[in-house]
Write a new protein. Structure first.
Length: 566
């Protein structure tokens, strides 16, 4: 049997095609008029503008790309062997570390961009590049803007982490501002679950800050290694929530929470939040991130962040990201992850997450409830603070019931129906994730109404064939009440249908009943007392409460007064 696969919507495919064609034309120099492109595709203009803006932001954050055959690389390759042998870089030559030019001196030819311990002496006296008071030992992390070294601070004889701008003295003013903003925000809050910042400065044109070195691993690596127990999940995210709450109380939103930015200490298993590179000060009107900028990691960013609504960001935005991390810890994958960043953003904005229990068996119902509450589209429906979330994890660890509840069956059903293509079009849900059952229901939504319409018309045709074109009604004495009722019915039938209803004058109810029984008339008016208690007569409608009725012969095709109209 053919299995239906999840497919992008027609709208999403069209947006992707238009964007790809525009970028190809722009790269080939054929067209660079963005507004003209958006005007020509007005129906998709908002989505296309968002994707183009997001592309520019990502490009800005990543910094300039260096081609393999660029002048920069040629200069690096021209560093003399004598310079490398002595461990000194010429003042005018670009540094091979990628952190800029300058007077960094090393006693070995080892490049700290290469991970691993430096050779030469005993571990108690490691050798490396000398950077002011810091001896750079090895690279322990790299990102779009910065590079992080494990280092020894000689004057205090302690191991620290030193982060520098990747492009060193070539950094732009905006990049430098972002870098110092990150350091200041990371250092604003002091908490056991946040990495501490020790020093911020500049040396020989290289901007840096020194921070706490955590001897451990990050959560992303931990997730790759093994499945984590429910209690351990709650312990880790309780620490994360507590640290983030401390940042929030100092007016700082993280905005880029993800497994790679959570460090797990080997010694006690505690979790620390790091990398405030995208952090935003809530009360600062001069933020480096402007409304319309989409920054962060799409799989973990909140809908308001994905839609670039910077002014809408709040504590609940970071709560959403913690919920996305919890989702991955429970199910083994993020709640939303498409083939491209743009498609992932569209899913974050338009789709409801599949419950973790439908992705992975044996998921804790309590943690699933917490997770889905964090991932609500509306910030008002989430935990309103990271502190509330930390308390929820504490309740789980103590065995107390959590406050979050799984969506009821009605809400689950409504959310399920949102993925039916026809319902999605009606509700404006442009991004759906239909499964086989959704498609079956979608077909039924078109077939069932058609069958109903055909049934109505079909029954009308059948009834017209069964009910005679000319009918006789036994009423009563002329000018009496029953005869007047018969005349009124005659006029009503004549107005609505081509049938002819003949009103026959009779002596009264008893004669009317006899005429119906012997088949002389089709319909009659009779008092209750004259109707025999037998199976020969059937009542089709009351005329006056329960005293007077319209009657027909049993087995007649007239079952109601509506049948007289065809």
């Amino acid at each position: 049997m053919r299995e239906f696969k999840d497919e992008p919507s027609d709208r999403e495919l069209r947006i992707s095609e238009l964007l790809a064609q525009y970028l190809r034309d722009r790269d080939q120099g054929e067209s660079d008029d963005e507004e003209k492109f958006l005007t020509a595709n007005e129906e998709f203009a908002d989505d296309l503008r968002m994707l183009l803006d997001m592309g520019r932001v990502i490009e800005d954050m990543a910094g300039p790309l260096v081609d393999e055959d660029s002048v920069y690389d040629q200069q690096v390759n021209e560093i003399s062997a004598s310079s490398l042998a002595t461990g000194e870089l010429e003042d005018d030559a670009p540094s091979a570390t990628g952190v800029g030019t300058g007077t960094v001196v090393s006693t070995t030819a080892r490049d700290p961009n290469q991970s691993g311990s430096l050779p030469g002496k005993e571990p108690a006296e490691p050798e490396g590049y000398q950077f002011g008071e810091y001896e750079l030992l090895e690279v322990i992390g790299q990102g779009g803007m910065g590079i992080v070294y494990k280092a020894r601070q000689r004057n205090l004889d302690r191991i620290v982490a030193v982060k520098m701008i990747r492009v060193g003295s070539l950094a732009l003013d905006d990049e430098i501002s972002r870098f110092y903003s990150e350091a200041q925000k990371a250092g604003r809050a002091v908490h056991p679950n946040l990495t501490s910042v020790y020093e911020i400065g500049e040396l020989d044109g290289r901007h840096y800050y020194a921070m706490q070195f955590v001897d451990g691993t990050d959560l992303a690596e931990l997730l790759r290694q093994d499945k984590i127990s429910n209690n351990r999940i709650a312990e880790i995210l309780r620490d994360v929530s507590a640290g983030i709450h401390a940042a929030h109380t100092h007016g700082v939103l993280h905005r880029d929470l993800k497994p790679a930015n959570i460090l797990i200490r080997f010694s006690d298993g505690s979790a620390l939040v790091t990398d405030f590179g995208l952090a935003r000060q809530v009360t600062n009107p001069e933020n480096l991130t402007r409304p319309g900028d989409t920054v962060g990691t799409p799989s973990y960013m909140s809908p308001e962040q994905a839609s670039a609504k910077t002014d809408a960001l709040c504590a609940a935005s970071d709560v959403y990201s913690i919920g996305a991390i919890l989702y991955e810890m429970l199910s083994g994958r993020p709640p939303f992850h498409a083939e491209s960043a743009a498609s992932t953003v569209m899913e974050v904005l338009n789709l409801d997450p599949t419950p973790p229990s439908q992705v992975q068996s044996k998921v804790s119902p309590e943690l699933e409830a917490v997770c889905l509450k964090c991932l609500e589209k509306n910030p008002a429906d989430r935990y309103q603070s990271a502190e509330e979330l930390a308390e929820e994890f504490s309740r789980f660890l103590s065995g107390a019931p959590v406050l979050a509840e799984l969506p009821n069956k009605l809400l689950q059903g409504l959310r399920w129906f949102r993925n039916v293509p026809a319902i999605g079009r009606i509700t404006g849900n442009t991004m759906i994730r239909p499964k086989r059952a959704h498609r079956v229901v979608n077909h039924c939504l078109w077939i069932v109404p058609l069958l109903i319409v055909l049934g109505i018309f079909g029954w009308g045709m059948i009834r017209n064939m069964l009910v005679p074109a000319e009918m006789t009604l036994a009423s009563g004495q002329r000018h009496h009440f029953y005869h007047k009722v018969g005349e009124s019915l005659h006029r009503a039938v004549a107005l609505r249908d081509a049938r002819d209803l003949i009103v026959q004058t009779t002596a009264g109810s008893q004669e009317n009943v006899n005429l119906v029984v012997d088949g002389s008339v089709h319909l009659a008016i009779a008092q209750w007392e004259t109707i025999p208690q037998s199976e020969e007569i059937a009542i089709v409608a009351p005329l006056f409460l329960d005293k007077v009725h319209f009657v027909v012969k049993q087995g007649s095709n007239i079952r109601s007064l509506e049948d007289l109209e065809g």
